[in-house]
Write a protein that binds this ligand. Structure first.
Ligand code: NDP
Length: 334
């Protein structure tokens, strides 16, 4: 089967592309420019006969995916800006998130009759109400929605706009499915909490890390003298997120899947690095050892992903130690 993957060039995307290729799928990946396409092809060159790329320069344009969806059997839509460094929320975050999602569903609906399954990468940010803070004792699950509105997302100056863009994009996807009963595919969304773990080997370099990877590398590269606050104290391993995309793709239920490997905080990550990797002992901020914030915040319920998809989530130490070792490898090839 041929699967179209958007955003395949990113941190999660490279793992997802690899997950599909290694399970016998052919993959067509879209990216915004030739350089990203070339890098993806080179990273996954062992599957060169099964991977193709296509440039979609502007995912918000009507018909943007008309070419890309031709002959595909299914779609993973992952491309969406993930950054807090935004000057124009509407133009830089909301439009690519919502319109990118709507455009690909429109193209699939009208031009790709073989598509049976579409999986959209949403986020825990589409579930959680971050305006309520850490909400000790509260349990988040797939029945809940971030209540942020379009206007609030547009006007936001407090770092909530990215979450708003994900909520609005996911809402647009379910809305599209609801108002187009003749669609031939079923929809699912993957809603991961903060995604960490090793960047896919050869997929990127330390100067161009994504949002979540750069937060952890900042603990190792000397740029942090203090342990930073933990904004979202729940993590999931990128390899589990990639696997969840494939498993959700192979399932049929039109469901959201909240992915979480458990609780964590930045202090715990720093302690882990210093305790287990001797070369990091003097590079990682010490902070106040033994004062983690575990338990002082909400819980992200991962039981649907475990029960329906059968995912066994990687542990905190596997996720973060593999991540640190991957960064140390990347430093060698700098
Ligand atoms: P990256 O920044 O590593 O990758 C983002 C991907 O999306 C890249 O392939 C990039 O393509 C593409 N992209 C970004 N902005 C645009 C745009 N304006 N138009 C077209 N393509 C764009 O992020 P992640 O891998 O971390 O995130 C992937 C997805 O997972 C996103 O949808 C994100 O919201 C979601 N997510 C991530 C979490 C995390 O902690 N990392 C947590 C929850 C959800 P290009 O190569 O062209 O730049």
């Amino acid at each position: 089967a041929l699967v179209l993957v958007t955003g395949g060039t990113g941190f999660i995307g490279n793992h997802a592309v690899s997950e599909f290729l290694s399970h016998g799928y052919r993959v067509r990946a879209t990216a915004r420019n030739q350089e990203s396409c070339d890098r993806l092809l080179s990273t996954h060159r062992q599957y060169r006969d099964y991977l193709e790329t296509q440039i979609v320069a502007d995912i918000t344009r009507p018909g943007a995916f008309d070419e890309a969806v031709k002959d595909v059997d299914g779609i993973i839509h992952m491309a969406s800006p993930f950054t807090y460094k935004i000057t124009d929320n509407e133009r830089n975050l909301i439009m690519p998130a919502i319109n990118g999602t709507t455009r690909i569903l429109e193209s699939a609906h009208s031009l790709a009759p073989k598509v049976k399954r579409v999986v959209v990468t949403s986020s825990f940010a589409a579930i959680a109400d971050f305006s309520k803070g850490l909400r000790p004792g509260h349990v988040y699950d797939e029945s809940q929605w971030n209540p942020i509105t379009y206007q609030e997302t547009k006007d936001d100056k407090k770092g909530l706009a990215y979450g708003g863009s994900k909520k609005l994009a996911e809402e647009a996807a379910w809305h599209f499915a609801a108002v187009n009963p003749s669609i031939k595919f079923s929809l699912s969304t993957i809603n991961p909490v903060m995604v960490y773990g090793p960047p896919f080997p050869g997929s990127g370099d330390l100067r161009h890390l994504g949002q979540s990877t750069s937060e952890i590398y900042a603990l190792m590269n000397g740029s942090m003298t203090k342990v930073p606050p933990t904004m979202v104290p729940v993590f999931v391993d990128v390899r589990d997120v990639a696997e969840a995309h494939r498993l959700a793709f192979e399932a049929e239920q039109p469901l959201r899947f909240l992915l979480s490997g458990g609780d964590f905080d930045m202090q715990q990550v720093c302690d882990l690095f210093r305790a287990h990797i001797s070369t990091l002992e003097n590079r990682v901020p010490v902070g106040s050892r033994g004062k983690p914030t575990i338990g002082e915040h909400y819980i992200a319920d991962n039981s649907r992903a475990r029960n329906v998809l059968g995912i066994k989530f990687r542990s905190f130490s596997e996720t973060f130690l593999d991540m640190a070792h991957a960064f140390l490898e990347m430093e060698k090839s700098r």
